[in-house]
Design a protein around this ligand. Structure first.
Ligand code: C2E
Ligand code: MG
Ligand code: MG
Ligand code: MG
Length: 289
């Protein structure tokens, strides 16, 4: 008997130890650790006025390299933070860093904008607006310079959110509808919220020159925007052919993508902005014969 009991306890201990170790490597455990030690940060991708090549703002994109897990993509850790009630503190940590970076490196002019991605929980959190007001005041940044991006998917979800976005707009912040075309609520959302900007999802850019449903949708987006007072931003621009196509169809279009730059640190963008008016090398190469 005693041998049997001994074996049982031995196995039990080994098993618990293994679970304990693997828990400590789990995403949620590591995310809590990263939050506690403030290890998640943002890189910035330039937003470019397509017909001039000028950088008119940046979008902050979260990045995390974990000691145990290596690089974790934002899609993964943002979802994890949202599901575990950690998103509010993650967003606040990131926003503080974003505004510091803006204050130090990115105040090219008073029109320059910083785009920040928000989750639904951030928008419906009553105290977030107070938090942001205090943070921008301390740094001499105007509300008009901040663009909050909400995804079309989250926007479709509820009325609380409609009220929240309206509150932000009333205070002078800009609201952008991100990943446009991937959700369900396109037209009704546009008329109800009147966002300042819509961002067309990357999958539509990929359809340029094809005969697909996405290409047809892209054409109807051009049509729609002609009748609305809204800025149009295209994500995922990777080639000059795409730029040509877009500027032919909507002369004032704005774009982001690897053609111009991947997301880089604020200091690097700050240096580029010092050579104002900044004209990206891709734009120059295209326009010099
Ligand atoms: P998003 O806001 O739609 O961001 C655009 C994504 O496209 C980014 O992916 C960016 O790196 C990628 N991208 C930009 N240009 C190109 C290109 O030319 N080609 C290709 N193939 N990809 C390009 P990323 O950084 O992995 O972010 C993914 C998503 O995670 C974001 O989509 C956004 O929804 C979310 N996210 C990122 N940072 C934050 C954050 O701080 N807070 C919240 N709530 N969400 C965030
Ligand atoms: Mg975005
Ligand atoms: Mg997007
Ligand atoms: Mg996206």
């Amino acid at each position: 008997w005693s041998i049997l009991v001994g074996v049982f306890f031995g196995l039990f201990t080994a098993f618990s130890w293994a679970i304990f170790k693997s828990n400590r490597r789990s995403l949620i455990y590591r995310l809590k650790y990263a939050l506690k030690n403030d290890l998640i940060y943002s890189l910035y991708q330039p937003k470019v006025q397509l017909n001039t090549g000028k950088i008119i703002g940046v979008e902050a994109l979260a990045r995390w390299q974990d000691q145990e897990l290596g690089t974790v993509t934002p899609d993964k850790f943002i979802a994890c933070a949202e599901q575990n009630k950690l998103i509010t503190s993650l967003t606040q940590q990131l926003v503080v860093k974003n505004l510091d970076d803006m204050h130090r490196y990115l105040q090219a002019d008073s029109e320059f904008t910083l785009s920040i991605n928000l989750s639904i929980q951030d928008l419906s959190n009553q105290s977030f607006l107070h938090f942001i007001e205090k943070q921008i005041k301390n740094r001499g940044i105007n509300p008009e310079q901040i663009i909050f991006e909400v995804t079309e998917r989250s926007a479709a979800q509820n009325d609380v959110l409609k009220q929240a976005t309206k509150r932000f707009i009333r205070k002078g912040y800009q609201i952008s509808l991100d990943d446009f075309g991937t959700g369900f609520s396109n037209l009704s959302w546009l008329t109800a919220f009147e966002p300042n900007e819509i961002k067309i999802d990357r999958m539509f850019i990929q359809s340029i020159g094809t005969q697909t449903v996405n290409q047809i949708t892209l054409d109807s987006i051009f049509q729609l925007v002609r009748n609305l007072n809204v800025k149009l931003v295209f994500e995922g621009i990777e080639s000059l052919e795409e730029v040509d196509y877009l500027t032919q169809h909507t002369p004032n279009a704005i774009g982001q993508g690897w053609l111009y730059s991947k997301a880089v640190d604020a200091k690097t963008i700050g240096k580029q902005l010092k050579n104002q008016p900044f004209t990206s090398s891709a734009f120059l190469a295209h326009n010099v014969d």
